[in-house]
Design a protein around this ligand. Structure first.
Ligand SMILES: [Zn+2]
Ligand SMILES: [Zn+2]
Ligand SMILES: [Zn+2]
Length: 127
């Protein structure tokens, strides 16, 4: 197998695991799930592929309170996350009021090219 082919295959395997997950998962966890499927991909390769997927805009990355980054395949539009601290279950939410507020505040201070991130953490009904 050529290097390029192997990279494509690994990228697909990582994307397939993310596709089945409901919530955010760490690279370590994704690595374990790949292993169970018989896809033996090194942890550093998993990180590299996740990073590439994040840069391509297919995957959202979120840094938890513990400093660990977790990944989730999301819809492509701008959204926020409601994340369960216990199990990682995630709901994509929109915040029209937040969007207006952010625009207004930036405008007041004459900031351009503005972006923001806002995540809500809590305990879900299953936990
Ligand atoms: Zn998302
Ligand atoms: Zn939960
Ligand atoms: Zn927003």
């Amino acid at each position: 197998m050529t290097e390029a082919l192997r990279n494509t295959r690994q990228r697909r395997a990582v994307a397939a695991v993310l596709d089945e997950l409901d919530g955010f998962a760490s690279a370590q966890h994704i690595h374990e799930l790949l292993d169970k499927r018989g896809e033996h991909v090194g942890l550093s390769t998993v990180y590299r592929n996740l990073q590439a997927l994040v840069e391509a805009g297919n995957v959202d990355a979120l840094r938890g309170d513990d400093g660990e980054t977790r990944y989730r395949q999301c819809s492509s539009g701008h959204h926020h996350h409601l994340v369960c601290r216990a199990c990682g279950r995630t709901v994509e939410v929109e915040g029209p009021t937040v969007e207006q507020w952010a625009d207004r505040v930036a405008d007041e201070h004459r900031f351009t090219d503005v972006s923001h991130t806002l995540e809500i953490f809590g305990t879900c009904s299953n936990c």
